[in-house]
Design a protein around this ligand. Structure first.
Ligand code: ATP
Ligand code: SF4
Ligand code: MG
Length: 319
């Protein structure tokens, strides 16, 4: 598996204006990588996930490339993507998954259908064996198989969606805040299942979250995203130990507490994120950055290698 996102730009058209949600994002992942994507609300996390899943809304325009196993998946026919890639090679646990299922069909029937439609070698008994295995791992009672989606609690439905993303053992799984609707015990179960089924099996994971303790536990790499741009990207141990970008420093200010075993959400940084419908000059973080310089307001910092990771900040020397 290889994923190369190259100069990705995504614009949402709204009325006469447009929102520049993703602005020149570049990154690469290989088989076995696990990437934690963290960033404030509106920073573009779900937009990147939707681009990789080819499920951007109609008002989105995209530019750039996303190479998956050397094929530009932004350019292949949508039908081909659905037939050959979705579920089988790339799957998603969406941020809002409550409506992911057909209300008039039983849960088990829908999961079996996904499996049989996408893999001609699977019969109904193999399919249900896999489904019951995942149910068990996710603390879902077997009776769920025969229930209708509306008969499930929100947390159960979320876990069924997680099971569906893992059904066909895809090469890349994108989890977009997968534990938001769950209680603490089920959050821990889901995280350990994702770790076991994806990370430990050397598949590739993109894990979007506000929970830095989870990223610290699961992700080998971290990306901090702000206003649709990567601020810092690299080895998670390095970045958690010593974030270099002022935005990453702000977000990760509570990491020392995690080392003491406390669960922590991202830190709140004073000020508001920029209006993405307006042109941003210079560093997008400048109005909120405690160490901004004059240059920051006019010149956009490029991502540069600094101390074994990429950082977009004028404070950094680097190559
Ligand atoms: P959150 O943490 O709240 O899930 P996010 O990082 O996933 O946020 P996105 O949902 O990717 O952020 O949104 C990025 C930007 O694009 C935001 O400014 C958002 O308002 C805007 N946006 C998202 N979807 C649309 C849409 N369909 N039409 C117009 N603007 C949109
Ligand atoms: Fe702060 Fe300037 Fe670095 Fe932006 S480029 S994060 S404003 S110091
Ligand atoms: Mg989102």
């Amino acid at each position: 598996m290889s994923l190369q996102v190259k100069d990705l730009n995504i614009v949402y058209k709204v009325g006469k204006g447009s929102i520049k949600a993703i602005n020149g994002v570049d990154f690469e992942l290989m088989k076995g990588d696990s990437l934690g994507v963290i960033g404030e609300t509106g920073s573009g996390k779900t937009t990147i996930a939707n681009a990789i899943m080819r499920s951007l809304p109609e008002n989105a325009e995209f530019f750039g490339n996303i190479f998956f196993n050397n094929k530009d998946i932004l350019r292949i026919n949508l039908e081909t993507y659905r037939r050959e890639i979705r579920w089988k090679k790339i799957s998603v646990i969406p941020q809002y998954s409550m409506n992911a299922f057909n209300p008039i069909k039983r849960v088990g029937e829908q999961l079996v259908k996904i499996m049989m439609e996408n893999d001609s070698n699977i019969d109904i008994s193999k399919a249900s064996e896999r489904i019951f295995y995942l149910f068990n791992q996710l603390n879902l009672p077997p009776e769920i198989y025969k229930k209708y989606p509306d008969e499930l609690s929100g947390g159960q439905r979320q876990r069924v969606v997680i099971a569906s993303a893992l059904l066909l053992d895809p090469e890349l799984v994108i989890a977009d805040e997968p534990t938001t609707a769950l209680d603490v015990i089920n959050q821990a179960r889901v995280v350990s299942l994702i770790k076991r089924e994806i990370v430990d099996k050397r598949k590739t994971l993109i894990y979007i979250t506000h929970d830095i303790a989870v990223v610290a536990g699961i992700a080998k790499k971290v990306m901090t995203l702000y206003a649709g741009e990567i601020m810092e990207f690299g080895d998670s141990r390095k970045i958690f130990k010593e974030p270099l970008h002022p935005y990453s420093k702000g977000l990760l200010a509570s990491v020392p507490d995690i080392r003491l075993g406390k669960t922590k959400k991202l830190q709140y940084i004073p000020g508001d994120s920029p209006d993405l419908s307006k042109e941003i000059k210079g560093c997008p973080f400048a109005p909120r950055c405690p160490v901004a310089m004059d240059k920051c307001k006019v010149e956009r910092p490029r991502l540069r290698y600094v101390d074994g990771r990429l950082v977009a900040c004028h404070l950094m020397g680097g190559e």
